[in-house]
Design a protein around this ligand. Structure first.
Ligand code: CS2
Length: 492
């Protein structure tokens, strides 16, 4: 059994050429960032950019990770002095010990410590990866005041449970103590993530303190940002392989592809690590990068997750390697996604799209369809529905997108009929919708379209879309989803 990955054991791997370790004076680096949601993606992406910036320029940019509910990461990382390994598994394989995370707290157990950390003058930035559902938004992008977490926090604002509640309570304490506000940076796959987070925070504060609301509006930046790196969750084989390669036991490593991209709005000039010196792109066209990524990578990801699951595949690599599915996503990208948005001037969107599909074909990354299939009720609102809405408005085709959406419908219906767990904030809602079990596809389609928290009135009342979805669902139920490209020809 290897020695455990800890600060004092780093010297034991100093001669391991495959592994790089922190170059900055970690033990004397203070915390400057609080990150809400220190899951796999944060540890593989933002924490790595921050690590690399500190390796280059130093600075007190240590991270305090705040898990809103689960204690797993805290307890495992605490044994390792919060060190973990980033394993880049691609054409080249490399390992980097990441030391940027200095502390991990669990909000449900340590809310006072969390608020103290967020209210400390040394905290300059609050960043988030809380997934789409963590923003507690309604389908129109506004804060859902009926969301149970928001209702709890409005009743008990000093002991919040939502990210929104923690941000506002911490800002309230900073204002009271005449401490400069921190800035807030969303790192989630949410369109206009900074704008939506600002609106949610300001709407929340405005429910009980109009002066705080004004102060936040005037003193807190919420830059939009796009984030990208394919990062599967850590599995037992990851732990074994990384620990063996490292020569130290790491019980919480993270694996990802070589490709990584972070694009942030350059109107934001607040204090931050030297991110631009380690590859972060600051631009005035975040929207272009964000739409390209959400609509190409994430829409194709979700399409493969649902269609591939129905076809019996397990990973992105498996399903993207299948000619039928490879042809389908290539056609979907070319005919219905490219052209639905304005890409950044510096992006060749056809090359970008092809590169994404090649990234799916990385044999070293085992990305489970089941992981990507999580939270479909939230993800389809960011990845599929906006493209359908724009294409309908522009008179562009939506047949392939309808088939993609119908695969999500059937994924949910199949799980309900089989009594399988559905990982989705709306799982309990689906379970109370008997029409999702119907053999009448029009009833099923109408039942989904009538979910107002997912479908706004424009899509809900579009009769040609409803008919297209019914035809797609019929084809899925009567045909063979494994022959998805043949299915498309029959639908055209
Ligand atoms: C994936 C994303 O799980 C999912 O929904 O589509 O996490 C995807 O891997 C990242 O956005 C890639 O940057």
């Amino acid at each position: 059994m290897n020695l455990l990955l800890k600060q004092l054991n780093l010297s034991k791997i100093a001669n391991n050429q495959k592994v790089s370790t922190p170059k900055y004076d970690r033990e004397n680096t203070d915390i400057g960032i609080v990150h809400l949601g220190p899951g796999a993606f944060h540890r593989a992406h933002q924490a790595v950019y921050t690590e690399n910036a500190m390796n280059l320029s130093g600075g007190h940019w240590g991270i305090c990770g705040v898990s809103l509910r689960s204690a797993t990461a805290r307890d495992i990382l605490a044994e390792q002095d919060n060190l973990y390994t980033l394993a880049i598994l691609d054409k080249k394989v490399s390992y980097q010990v990441i030391g940027a995370i200095k502390q991990v707290l669990v909000a449900s157990e340590q809310s006072d410590d969390v608020l103290a950390r967020m209210s400390a003058a040394s905290t300059k930035l609050v960043t988030l990866t809380i997934t789409e559902k963590g923003y507690c938004l309604a389908s129109d992008g506004s804060l859902d005041l009926n969301h149970p977490d928001i209702k709890h926090d409005l009743e008990k604002p000093t002991t919040p449970i939502s990210a929104i509640g923690f941000i506002v309570e911490a800002l309230k304490q900073r204002k009271l103590n005449h401490i400069k506000a921190f800035n807030v940076l969303s790192c989630d796959n949410v369109s206009s993530n900074g704008d939506k987070l600002r609106r949610a925070v300001v709407d929340y504060a405005g429910q009980f303190d109009s002066k705080l609301q004004t102060w936040i509006n005037n003193h807190v930046a919420f830059p939009n940002a796009m984030v990208d790196s394919i990062t599967p969750k850590t599995e037992s084989y990851t732990i074994e392989a990384v620990s063996k390669a490292m020569g130290l036991q790491d019980n919480w490593p993270i694996q990802r592809e070589e490709f990584s991209q972070w694009v942030i709005d350059n109107k934001w000039q607040g204090e931050r690590p030297d991110w631009e010196k380690v590859g972060v792109i600051f631009t005035d066209d975040v929207a272009g990068f964000e739409q390209a990524k959400l609509r190409l990578l994430n829409c194709l990801h979700s399409t493969l997750a649902y269609a591939g699951s129905l076809a019996g595949f397990e990973t992105i690599f498996d399903v993207a390697s299948d000619e039928e599915f490879y042809q389908f996503i290539t056609k979907l990208a070319a005919e219905e996604i490219i052209g639905s948005f304005t890409p950044p001037k510096e992006l060749d969107v056809k090359i970008y799209s092809n590169d994404i599909i090649q990234r799916f074909l990385n044999p070293n990354i085992r990305h489970l369809l089941a992981q990507i299939a999580f939270d479909g009720s939230q993800k389809v609102q960011m990845r599929i529905l906006p493209i359908i809405a724009d294409n309908l408005a522009l008179g562009r085709p939506t047949q392939l997108l309808s088939l993609s959406l119908a695969c999500w419908f059937e994924f949910i219906c199949t799980a309900l009929k089989a009594g399988k767990e559905i990982v989705d904030p709306m799982a309990s809602n689906f379970a109370t919708m008997p029409k999702l079990l119907s053999d009448n596809v029009l009833e099923v389609v109408e039942a989904f379209l009538n979910i107002d928290s997912i479908f706004g009135p424009a899509l809900k009342n579009n009769h040609s879309l409803k008919a297209q979805l019914a035809r797609s669902l019929t084809a899925i139920r009567l045909g063979d989803i494994k022959q998805i490209s043949q299915m498309v020809k029959a639908l055209s």
